[in-house]
Design a protein around this ligand. Structure first.
Ligand code: AMP
Length: 129
């Protein structure tokens, strides 16, 4: 069965898309740690990041860099933290999270955003890509 992220790629499930090319997609995390929390995924459905072939893995990192640089410009933060967890969705994704302190990488504290707030930050990040 297709993963939820494959359904996002196909448009079957809606998402707040930031940027995509033929191999990768970036979209806002629906339950963000912080405003601007973004996921970068390969369009090929693979569960674990180190099962990706080298070319797809390195391409994913370069794609994530482009998105992270735009997030850094769009959101006031010290760093854009990078994380790979994958316990919930078995489709490789890189978490890009605006952070000011170590705890901001914790997945225990979440921010609630309205649809308009998601749209606003999506547009702002997109404008810096
Ligand atoms: P994990 O697999 O543990 O790295 O976590 C999966 C992440 O995907 C979580 O941060 C979820 O909030 C996020 N997520 C799950 N479903 C969606 C969705 N439909 N749109 C955007 N983000 C999602």
């Amino acid at each position: 069965m297709a993963s939820i992220f494959t359904k996002i790629i196909s448009g079957e499930i809606p998402s707040f898309k930031i940027y995509e090319d033929d191999k990768y997609l970036a979209f806002l995390d629906i339950n963000p740690n912080a405003i601007g929390h973004t996921l970068c995924i390969p369009k090929t459905e693979v569960d674990e990041i180190f099962d990706l072939d080298d070319e797809t893995l390195s391409g994913l990192i370069i794609f994530s860099k482009k998105v992270a640089c735009a997030i850094k410009k769009a959101v006031v933060c010290k760093r854009v933290g990078v994380g790979v967890i994958g316990l919930e969705v078995p489709h490789v994704h890189v978490h890009l999270i605006p952070i000011n302190k170590m705890d901001d990488m914790s997945f225990d504290s979440k921010v609630k955003l309205t649809e308009n707030e998601f749209i606003e930050i999506m547009k702002k990040i997109k404008s810096f890509i």
